[in-house]
Design a protein around this ligand. Sequence first.
Ligand SMILES: CC(C)(COP(=O)(O)OP(=O)(O)OC[C@H]1O[C@@H](n2cnc3c(N)ncnc32)[C@H](O)[C@@H]1OP(=O)(O)O)[C@@H](O)C(=O)NCCC(=O)NCCS
Length: 187
Amino acid sequence: MDETRSKSEGKETDDEFTEITLRPIELSDVDDFMEWATDEKVSQFCTWDTYTSKDQALDYIKNNAILHPWLRVICIKNRAIGAISVTPNPGCLDSCRAELGYVLAYKYWGKGIVTKAVKIAVSNIFEEWPNLDRVEAFVDVDNKGSQRVLEKAGFLKEGVLRKFRTIKARSRDMVIFSFLSTDVLFE
Ligand SMILES: CC(C)(COP(=O)(O)OP(=O)(O)OC[C@H]1O[C@@H](n2cnc3c(N)ncnc32)[C@H](O)[C@@H]1OP(=O)(O)O)[C@@H](O)C(=O)NCCC(=O)NCCS
């Protein structure tokens, strides 16, 4: 028997976590989408409310996510485990700035996956949108993991915006980070 194969069969090895890809979302991703969207640990620091039904998820994927100017699912072996988006400044597709957002299913946290996804997204977006000068991200002051992701990717922490965003019905202080087209992504 091939020992290597029998040990790894049915399991994701650490090597597999280094091989992430990004692709547009599809309706058939709905069951994987539900894995993170229905999890309160995941939605805690996000502006959206935790999903409670598959119909709600299908509606969001069909009427928002698929139509979004730049939303990609983060995949391992083409299976969606999270999502990352870059949203142009509202009302202005030609804007010099856009906002980064991301989310990952809980069981994949702490493996460097979103840091990798951020680096891929940022390097792609400046090529795809030549008028873009700045990608920014707003992170709840208590969301330390997300702040660390941005620091690891090479974003600059610019400060704290007080009572800037409503999250789960509370006004929250948000840390603002930015990355310019002229900045250099960390290795
Ligand atoms: C935040 C999130 C995107 C991070 O994704 P991830 O793939 O686990 O991130 P990475 O593994 O690339 O990096 C996480 C870093 O944060 C650190 N971290 C995690 N929790 C932390 C905490 N409570 N305090 C300090 N550091 C923390 C990790 O140790 C790691 O840093 P290290 O590599 O120096 O050890 C993921 O946890 C998530 O999806 N959270 C819910 C959704 C969310 O908050 N989205 C962002 C909204 S702004």
